[in-house]
Write a protein that binds this ligand. Structure first.
Ligand SMILES: Cc1ncc(COP(=O)(O)O)c(C=O)c1O
Length: 498
C-alpha cells in the first residue's frame, strides 16, 4: 500500500501548498468565518492532488485554528482564527489511518516501568496526589463497614457488585447526564478492568479498534494482549478528529472505538458536548460500540462536571467505564462499567475472570458516597488540581525553550508538552532519568512515528522539589537545542491511499 508523504519532500510540499492557498483565501476574506470551504473531493479535483493530500492540508489548517471539521458536513472557517495560546498543535498531519497490529517494543515497556519508579521525581506517571485523598476517613469507614457487614465482607461478593454501591453510583450518574439504575452497573476492579471487559465483550482477536491518538499506553497493552489491531485517530484540544474517524470507519471494519472524552490522558483535552453527541451518532450509524473511559470526569475545574458520551447513547452502544482511583483510593481497586446492550456478556466475563470485586473496599466507598462528603471532597481537590496545573504550566513556560507549547486542561492533572520541532523528548527523558526525574516521552503514546518532541507531565503534585525538577528539565531541554533530533528522511507518514 502506498502512502502520501512516503514520496518525501515533493508530497509534503504539495500539502503545504494546498494549505497555504486555502489559508490565504481565508485570510483575504474569500472564505469568511462560518463558511464552508471546498469539500475534499472538490478540492482534490480542482487542485489535481489526492484526497489524502487535501485531508493533510485541512488537518494543518485545523491545527492552525483556521478551519474546523463538522461530521458529515465538511470543513468550515472558524469564527476565531487563533487557537488558545499555548495549546499544543494537534498531530493530525502525522497520522496513519491504516490499522496496525500492536507490538509494544521493549524500549516503550522499559519506559513504562521506569516512570512508575517511586524513587524518581514523579512527573511521568498518571497517579493522583495521595495527600489529597481522604485516607483516614476512608480507612475508618473500611473497618466500620467490615464490622457492620461482618459476614458479607468476607463472603463471596455479589457478581455484579454490592447494591449499596451501585445505587450510589446510579444516583451520581445524573451529574454526567445519565439516568442509570443500579441494575445497569457492574462493579469492577478499577477502570482498566472495566475497559478490558468492554474490549473482550465486543472484539475478537484480529479485530480493529479505533482510538484517539496520542493513546493512553495501558490501552495499547490491552489491545496487544487481546491480539487486536489499532487505528490511531488524530486528536487535539477538543478530542478525536471526527472527520478522520468517519473516513476511517467507512474504509475499515472497526469493531470498537475507545475515547477518553473528559480530560484525556495524555492530552488533557475535553470533547465539547456537541462533538460527544456527534461521536455517538457517527458510531451508532454503523453499530460500532464506543468504550468510554471517564476516570477523570469528576475532576473538572468548573462548577459542574462535563457530561459523558454515555449521556447521548440512545442505543445501548456506549460501554461506560470509570473508577474511584483518581478521586478516592487507587489502591482500593473499585471501578465500574455500564455496558449497555452488552451487559450479559460483560457480566459473564467478569465472573469468568475473577468472580467479583472484593467486598470491603466496595462497602467503604459506598459509605463514603453516602455519608463521607464526596461532593465537598471533590470541590476541594478540583480547586487544588486547577491551581497546581496552572503552576506547573507557568513553570514550564518560565524554564523551557521559547516555542514550547503546553496544554491548558479544564480538569484532571495531566499536561501535554510539545517542545519546538526538532527537539527529541526521548533524549530529554533519558537525561531526566539520570537526574532522578521521571517524564513520559511522547513516543510511548503511539505505535507510529509521532510525538517525538512531546512528553506528558503529571501536575498532581506541587512542591519546591517539583519546581526544581522542572527547572532542571528546562535546562536540559535548553542544552539539547544544540543537538536537534536526528530525523530520518521520511518522518511524516500520512493518510493511506486506498
Ligand atoms: C485514562 C485512564 N484510565 C484508567 C486509569 C487507571 O484506572 P484504574 O486505576 O481505576 O484501573 C488511568 C490511570 O492512570 C488513566 O489515566
Amino acid at each position: 500500500m502506498k502512502t502520501n508523504g512516503q514520496n518525501g519532500a515533493g508530497e509534503l510540499l504539495r500539502y503545504e501548498e494546498v494549505a497555504a492557498k486555502i489559508g490565504g483565501m481565508i485570510k483575504n476574506g474569500t472564505y469568511r468565518a462560518g463558511e464552508r470551504v471546498p469539500s475534499i473531493r472538490a478540492l482534490s479535483r480542482q487542485m489535481r492532488v489526492s484526497a489524502n493530500t487535501v485531508m493533510e492540508s485541512y488537518a494543518r489548517l485545523e491545527n492552525l485554528g483556521m478551519i474546523e471539521a463538522r461530521p458529515q458536513s465538511g470543513y468550515y472557517v472558524c469564527s476565531r482564527l487563533a487557537e488558545p495560546a499555548g495549546l499544543p498543535a494537534s498531530r493530525e498531519r502525522e497520522t496513519d489511518i491504516a490499522p496496525n497490529p500492536v507490538t509494544i517494543g521493549d524500549v516503550a515497556l522499559e519506559v513504562m516501568r521506569n516512570i512508575a519508579n517511586p524513587s524518581l521525581v514523579p512527573l511521568g506517571g498518571g497517579i493522583p496526589n495521595c495527600d489529597l485523598l481522604p485516607v483516614d476517613k476512608l480507612n475508618r469507614m473500611l473497618s466500620s463497614e467490615a464490622r457492620r457487614f461482618s459476614l458479607q465482607s468476607i463472603a463471596y461478593p455479589p457478581h455484579q457488585g454490592h447494591k449499596l454501591l451501585r445505587t450510589q453510583i446510579a444516583r451520581r450518574s445524573l451529574d454526567s447526564g445519565c439516568t442509570l439504575s443500579s441494575e445497569d452497573i457492574i462493579i469492577t476492579s478499577g477502570c482498566v478492568e472495566a475497559v478490558n471487559l468492554a474490549l473482550q465483550a465486543v472484539c475478537r482477536p484480529g479485530d480493529t479498534v479505533a482510538i484517539g491518538s496520542p493513546v493512553y499506553p495501558t490501552f495499547l497493552k490491552s489491545i496487544q494482549w487481546m491480539g487486536l489491531k489499532v487505528l490511531e485517530i488524530p486528536s487535539n484540544g477538543k478530542g478525536m478528529n471526527l472527520e478522520v474517524l468517519d473516513y476511517a470507519i467507512r474504509h475499515n471494519r472497526v469493531s470498537a472505538c475507545i475515547t477518553i472524552a473528559n480530560f484525556n490522558n495524555p492530552l488533557g483535552s475535553l470533547m465539547p458536548e456537541d462533538k460527544k453527541r456527534d461521536l455517538v451518532a457517527l458510531l451508532a450509524k454503523q453499530e460500532i460500540p464506543l468504550i468510554e473511559d471517564d476516570v477523570y470526569g469528576d475532576l473538572a475545574y468548573g462548577p459542574s462536571r462535563p457530561p459523558s458520551t454515555k449521556a447521548f447513547d440512545e442505543n445501548g452502544l456506549v460501554l461506560y467505564c470509570s473508577s474511584f482511583s483518581k478521586t478516592l483510593a487507587p489502591g482500593y481497586r473499585v471501578g465500574w462499567i455500564v455496558p449497555g446492550r452488552f451487559k450479559e456478556k460483560v457480566a459473564q466475563l467478569k465472573v469468568l475472570l475473577n468472580i467479583a470485586t472484593a467486598s470491603p473496599t466496595q462497602l467503604a466507598i459506598a459509605e463514603f458516597l453516602t455519608n463521607g462528603g464526596y461532593d465537598y471532597h471533590l470541590r476541594k481537590i478540583r480547586r487544588v488540581y486547577a491551581r497546581q496545573t496552572a503552576l506547573v504550566r507557568d513553570t514550564v513556560v518560565r524554564f523551557f525553550p521559547a516555542g514550547t507549547r503546553v496544554s491548558r486542561p479544564e480538569g484532571g492533572y495531566i499536561l501535554w508538552v510539545e517542545l519546538p520541532e526538532g527537539f527529541d523528548a526521548f533524549k530529554l527523558y533519558e537525561a531526566a532519568l539520570r537526574e532522578g526525574i521521571g517524564i513520559a516521552p511522547g513516543t510511548i503514546f503511539t505505535l507510529g512515528d509521532r510525538y517525538k518532541n512531546c512528553f506528558r507531565l503529571n501536575a498532581a503534585l506541587w512542591s519546591e522539589r517539583i519546581e526544581q525538577a522542572l527547572e532542571i528539565l528546562g535546562g536540559l531541554a535548553e542544552e539539547m537545542k544544540q543537538y536537534p533530533i536526528e530525523r530520518p528522511e521520511k518522518t511524516l507518514v500520512s493518510y493511506v491511499t486506498y
